[in-house]
Design a protein around this ligand. Structure first.
Ligand code: SAH
Ligand code: SF4
Ligand code: F3S
Length: 468
């Protein structure tokens, strides 16, 4: 960590607020569920420190951007947001500006040169240390915390956005070396939490009334690789499969999900466990990235598309009705029109429930960014457009199987656009809307598990009527 003394330490005393008045904070989160989970923990730390949430970003005494660097457009967003806050600081000197997350890790001190108004730059591994770092800022320093470090067990209470569904980190970081991906360099080495710490967190969530948990990791199949434990038969003991068994009996938790799965490590044993354990939901997010074996090889993914399809077949044979979602990259360096077709064909063949698509974006400190055979912006746009139109068609087709079927939906919140409706997700992760009051006059509420007869389909959501 580097601590840079500010020219003037006046800022601390010049807070412009009465001692009795609470300081306010605002967090904007970019990027994936990992970042969202980190933001909830950082919000919890700020509230423990006495901060209260501001009503708007422009009122806040502390603004924290939890940033994402996965593609260039995600990174650029941060700079435009930052410019606005830097201007604000000229008239409100007590404003604290914090840049957390993956861009912070990637850029480090150079962010301070670019935007000197920033008080704190902190990488994702430092999220749980926010209080300590802010104390150093209070002492009049500009602080950069991006050194590789052991992630602290989270002793604070996250301020979660939902009272029903919660994220639970199980493994941080990523040891893979996909040639396009910035994550290993910004999230560091894999660090698994112990099964005991994870179980303890979920038990506490259950006591608070949470019904659904999603276990999180960039490569969740790597869970436990860095923990000790080998069984008598020589098998590794602390795998994701073992963890699912270990937490399954926690009373009050009705649904268990996990993400993101890596086809290289996704085992038959895991699929069998998901089929066996009733709380594990029938939804799998397994990115395949490309339908071409040559491209998969140059991406460094470590599996063939045949292996990927075998995984899907196995899931479907053991868990009929399971939904499958994936991520895909188009226009990776050197991708030929034919290789792009192979990706399209996989999408048509597998019939995904949802596919997140992106055009390849060269990232700092990644091998593929330096390769000479980069494709033009025009090809990227054209391929992405074609892919998206296919994805929409297959998503619609896969939606049609829900028509007139009864699905169990966990009510997560009131529909913000229509207070007479609740919204939630099916076990297969389909967003579903339905009236709060059922046909028999029964009033349903947030946190209930409700059987819904599906009566309306849209490409990315469903509507229906409660059975009672
Ligand atoms: N750990 C997950 C995904 C992490 S990043 C996995 O291994 O699949 C989320 C998604 O962003 C990736 O699945 C990939 O499709 C996309 N992505 C990552 N780097 C990218 C890049 N440089 N350009 C375009 N998309 C990228
Ligand atoms: Fe990135 Fe690959 Fe790790 Fe996923 S597995 S986070 S794509 S390096
Ligand atoms: Fe983005 Fe970092 Fe997640 S780069 S996708 S926020 S791990």
């Amino acid at each position: 960590m580097s601590v840079i003394a500010k020219q003037s330490t006046k800022i601390k005393s010049d807070s412009g607020k009465e001692a009795s008045e609470s300081q306010t904070y605002w967090i904007t989160t970019f990027g994936c569920q990992m970042n969202k989970a980190d933001s909830e923990r950082m919000a919890g730390i700020l509230e423990k420190m006495g901060y209260v949430e501001a009503s708007t970003e422009l009122d806040a005494d502390l603004v924290l951007y939890n940033t994402c660097s996965i593609r260039d457009n995600a990174e650029q967003k941060v700079y435009s947001y930052l410019g606005r806050q830097a201007k604000r600081k000229a008239s409100i000197p007590h404003l604290k500006l914090v840049i957390a997350g993956c861009v912070a890790q990637q850029e480090g001190e150079s962010l301070l040169r670019r935007v000197p108004e920033i008080d704190l730059v902190m990488g994702p591994q430092h999220a749980n240390r926010l209080e300590l770092l802010l104390n150093q800022v209070e002492n009049g320093n500009q602080v950069v915390a991006i050194n590789e470090t052991q992630i602290l067990e989270d002793l604070t209470t996250a301020r979660r956005n939902s009272n029903v569904c919660a994220w639970v980190n199980v493994i941080y970081g990523c040891n893979e070396r996909c040639t396009y991906c910035v994550v290993p360099s910004v999230r560091g080495k894999e660090q698994s939490r112990t099964p005991e710490a994870i179980r303890y967190e979920i038990e506490k969530l259950a006591l608070k009334g949470y019904k659904e948990i999603t276990l999180l990791g960039q490569n969740i199949d790597a869970y436990g690789r860095d923990l000790p434990g080998i069984t008598k038969s020589g098998r590794r003991e602390n795998t994701l499969t073992d963890l699912l068994h270990y937490i399954h009996d926690i009373d009050g938790i009705e649904r268990i999900r996990f993400a993101t799965s890596h086809p290289r490590y996704f085992t038959n044993r895991l699929i069998e466990t998901c089929a066996e354990l009733p709380k594990v939901c029938e939804h799998f997010h397994i990115p395949f990235q490309s339908g071409s074996n040559e491209i998969l090889k140059s991406m460094g993914r470590g599996y063939s598309i045949e292996r990927y399809k075998r995984i899907i077949e196995k899931i479907r044979s053991l868990i009929p009705g399971a939904s499958i979602s994936a991520d895909v990259i188009v226009a990776f360096p050197g991708e030929t029109p034919n290789q792009f077709r192979q990706t399209i064909n996989v999408i048509k063949e597998v019939g995904f429930d949802q596919v997140n698509t992106a055009a390849y974006s060269p990232r700092p400190n990644t091998p593929a960014a330096k390769w000479p055979d980069q494709l033009s912006e025009a090809i990227k746009v054209e391929r992405l457009k074609e892919l998206n139109s296919i994805v929409e068609i297959t998503a619609k087709e896969s939606n049609s199987k829900y028509m007139n079927k009864v699905q169990e939906v966990l009510a997560e919140e009131i529909n913000p656009k229509d207070p007479t409706q609740l919204m939630g997700r099916t076990r297969t992760n389909r967003l579903t809307f339905f009236p709060t009051i059922g046909p028999l006059g029964f009033k349903h509420k947030v946190g209930d598990l409700i059987d819904i007869k599906i009566s309306d389909l849209r490409p990315f959501s469903l509507s229906g009527i409660p059975l009672n």
